[in-house]
Design a protein around this ligand. Structure first.
Ligand SMILES: [Zn+2]
Length: 267
């Protein structure tokens, strides 16, 4: 029985190892069971659906500002990836930067280069550089394929449980339960840990992208300090809740600053 179970675990591990990609900038290995050619069209559909249901901002000046910063960061990313010989990361991308009229202090992105800002985050951004801090972070999530990685992790988590359960069907039920519980807890913790890694990775990459685009990266910690001063009730956006505390984020950003400044000074 043990041998049979080991075979299933082995098959699963081969599957995981054969479906890995490397994140640009950081070089971290990530799971990529889903392909961008399948994921990106689904993402575009979902993005269009959200926009249809949303109240897009009619403030032409603000809308233009979001699109301008987005385009500058997009061009910086394209330049960076071309220089690194990694332009294929952008296959299937169709960039879009939209502003939604909503008080929530938030911004988000979807696979394939789709970004949305809420008007509620603009007072915290204050200006173009503040927008570039958030834009760099959101574009980084898309470039790092964090959405694809999370989906792949979810698939493996479910597939892992299914195959293990199949493999141990003939074992005593108690053994099965313990096994399933430990695998279940393990996979859940793993995914939680990864999403924090995603946030930190997007911060570091975003800092570099904004620097290449010509925005002073040293303005970034000040943005997060303004974010930290928000009243408790307003600190709920998704992209902050999974993140390390603001103070950890600010100290990590300061550590990444010398690296980012080498790109800023190259301008
Ligand atoms: Zn994020």
């Amino acid at each position: 029985m043990l041998n049979k179970r080991n075979i299933w675990v082995f098959i699963l591990m081969i599957l995981v190892l054969a479906n890995c990609a490397k994140v640009p900038v950081t070089g971290r290995s990530q799971l990529s069971i889903v392909k961008n050619s399948e994921l990106i069209p689904m993402s575009f559909n979902q993005y269009d659906g959200v926009l249809e249901k949303s109240n897009l901002s009619k403030d032409q000046e603000q809308v233009a500002k979001i699109k301008k910063v987005g385009t500058r960061i997009q061009q910086a990313v394209e330049k960076y990836l071309s220089e690194q010989g990694q332009r294929n990361v952008l296959n299937g991308f169709e960039w879009e930067f939209n502003l939604i009229e909503e008080e929530t202090v938030n911004a988000w992105s979807m696979p394939g280069g789709k970004v949305a800002f809420y008007t509620g985050i603009l007072p915290i951004c204050q200006d173009g550089i503040g927008i570039a801090v958030v834009m760099g972070h959101e574009v980084a999530h898309a470039i790092a394929n964090h959405g694809r990685e999370r989906m792949s992790q979810g698939l493996v988590a479910n597939l892992g449980l299914a195959t293990l359960s199949m493999a141990t069907q003939s074992n005593q039920s108690l053994t099965n339960q313990i096994l399933l519980q430990s695998v279940g807890a393990g996979t859940q913790l793993g995914i939680l840990k990864f999403s924090r890694i995603h946030e930190s990775e997007a911060d570091r990459m975003g800092l570099i992208f904004m620097s290449i685009a010509g925005y002073d990266p040293t303005a970034s910690p000040a943005f997060w300090e303004r974010m930290a001063r928000l009243p408790e009730g307003q600190k709920v956006p998704d992209w902050l809740s999974t993140h390390p505390s603001n103070s950890t984020r600010i100290s990590d950003l300061k550590k990444s600053m010398p690296e980012a400044l080498t790109y800023y000074k190259l301008k």
